[in-house]
Ligand binder design. Structure first.
Ligand code: SF4
Length: 464
């Protein structure tokens, strides 16, 4: 199997030249940018809101252990079973254990990136359970047997025509490119699944410490049905989802909606604090919350990059990133793509295997500028590059930079290097692309810049 870096390079090169793919992404994100700018303008002071959000998350992560305990205690007091999972394997085992104990067969699921992170669907299907994604975008990519393309817009890389063909093939529906009709086709399938499902699995956008509730925000109402109809509800969430107070949502709900989809507020905002209580007419009979670490505490221990745990998974940094916009979400080969994925994946899955993602950035800083919770993303990419080089020195690179420093610090060597560079450039023009060309790997996707015929010093001396 090819190394992750090699797969990334191949896929990136292919998609960068795929103009149709680039146009699709450009069109989808163009609409997002317009509405986001309008909604952002509705905030009295967007920059002040970002600062307040960053400060709230900083305080939440600073006392994460205390907030998590308070959250878990409050939930448990209302009859929720709280489980702590150190690893993805543990989280899968906990969820499988609950499902087996309940003798469940079918499972309905709403969007949860943590479930993607621990490959929950694959584990459940391997055990013979039927798992159906209820978010429309997730439902579409599930039918295509592929992972979500984007953390907020899972099927943004597909056209209506492609979705129509997919539904015709998989659901035997009549072809149509009308979005409402396509939605109704999915709706008819999903409604039956909600009613017959034994277990509903959700993620969570926020975990509120002072009230012991999870908050789920969505646009389709599918998470609400996933939580309300099956007898057993399981919510899987990363430990970093904590917010200290219920009142913090007054900022975070509109902020997530604005940065995520450009809406003032998402359509459905639900709170779950426990199973159905005596006298209540709906809600699950049993409620489980699985709190997932999976190397998040490793990130917590890193004072330099701890703020990556502030992420509210709005996807705005992906939308702003010129690399993401060219290579697309699947190229990363990770659950979390774009700048935030490039920052956290080396922590979650190993620095040496995923250090190439830190290089997939122009360091323009657009991600940092757009992040609603002010995560210093582009500096973290630089830090990951440094950490990877310190952990396993790149000998050739180090030698090249040392040679460069040696040459530019010695005027005689520097003068000689100019002549060599001009001769090498002329040679490259003659043999370009052939096996004789020493720069052929570099020039495969870019041009070798020309060497100026005259340096500034030469020009100055000639003028004098
Ligand atoms: S890093 Fe910031 S912009 Fe990117 S997904 Fe997280 S919160 Fe959104």
């Amino acid at each position: 199997m090819k190394a992750f870096a090699e797969q990334f390079a191949e896929q990136a090169e292919r998609l960068t030249h795929d103009l149709r793919h680039r146009e699709l992404i450009r069109t989808a994100l163009g609409k997002y940018e317009t509405v986001r700018a309008q909604t952002e303008a509705r905030f009295q002071d967007w920059q002040a809101a970002r600062t307040a959000a960053a400060e709230t998350k900083r305080a939440a992560i600073q006392d994460l252990d205390l907030h998590l305990q308070a959250f878990a205690d409050k939930l448990a007091a209302r009859g929720t079973k709280v489980h702590w999972a150190s690893t993805g394997t543990q989280a899968r085992d906990i969820i499988l254990g609950i499902i087996r104990e309940k003798k469940a067969r079918s499972i309905i699921k709403s969007k949860a990136m943590t479930a993607e992170e621990i490959h929950l669907n694959e584990a459940l299907e391997h055990e013979g359970y039927e798992v159906v994604e209820s978010d429309l975008g997730e439902f579409i990519v599930q039918l295509r047997r592929e992972p979500p393309y984007h953390i907020v817009f899972p099927a943004m890389h597909l056209t209506r025509g492609e979705i129509s063909e997919l539904f015709a093939r998989e659901l035997k529906s009549a072809p149509t490119d009308n979005p409402e009709e396509l939605t109704m086709i999915a709706r008819r399938v999903l409604r039956k699944k909600y009613i017959t499902a034994d277990v509903g699995i959700t993620g969570a956008n926020f975990a509120i410490a002072d009230t012991g509730m999870i908050s789920i925000t969505e646009n389709e109402g599918n998470a609400r049905l996933t939580a309300a109809l099956p007898k057993v509800m399981i919510s899987l969430l990363g430990i970093e989802k904590i917010l200290p107070r219920l009142e913090d949502l007054a900022l975070f709900l509109p902020m997530l909606a604005t940065a995520g989809t450009g809406q003032a507020l998402t359509c459905y905002n639900s709170f779950y604090g426990g199973p159905r209580q005596p006298g209540e007419c709906d809600g699950p009979e049993e409620f489980h919350v699985v709190l997932l670490d999976n190397h998040r505490t490793r990130l917590l221990a890193d004072a330099e990059q701890r703020d990556a745990l502030h992420c509210i998974r709005c996807g705005a940094c992906l939308n702003a990133c010129p690399v993401f916009r060219n290579v697309g979400g699947h190229t990363y080969g990770t659950t979390y793509s774009g700048p935030i994925g490039s920052v956290i994946t080396p922590h979650l899955r190993g620095l040496q295997d995923w250090k190439h993602l830190s290089g997939a950035s122009s360091l323009c800083g657009a991600c940092t500028e757009t992040c609603p919770v002010k995560i210093d993303l582009h500096h973290h990419l630089l830090q990951n590059r440094r950490n990877a080089a310190n952990e396993k020195p790149a000998i050739v690179e180090r030698f090249v930079y040392r040679l460069f420093a040696f040459v530019v610090n010695r005027p005689g060597c520097y003068r000689l290097s100019k002549k060599i560079a001009r001769a090498a450039r002329s040679f490259h023009s003659l043999v370009k692309g052939s096996w004789l060309d020493p720069a052929r790997a570099w020039t495969k996707t870019r041009d070798l810049p020309p060497v100026a015929p005259e340096t500034f010093k030469e020009w100055w001396e000639r003028r004098r």
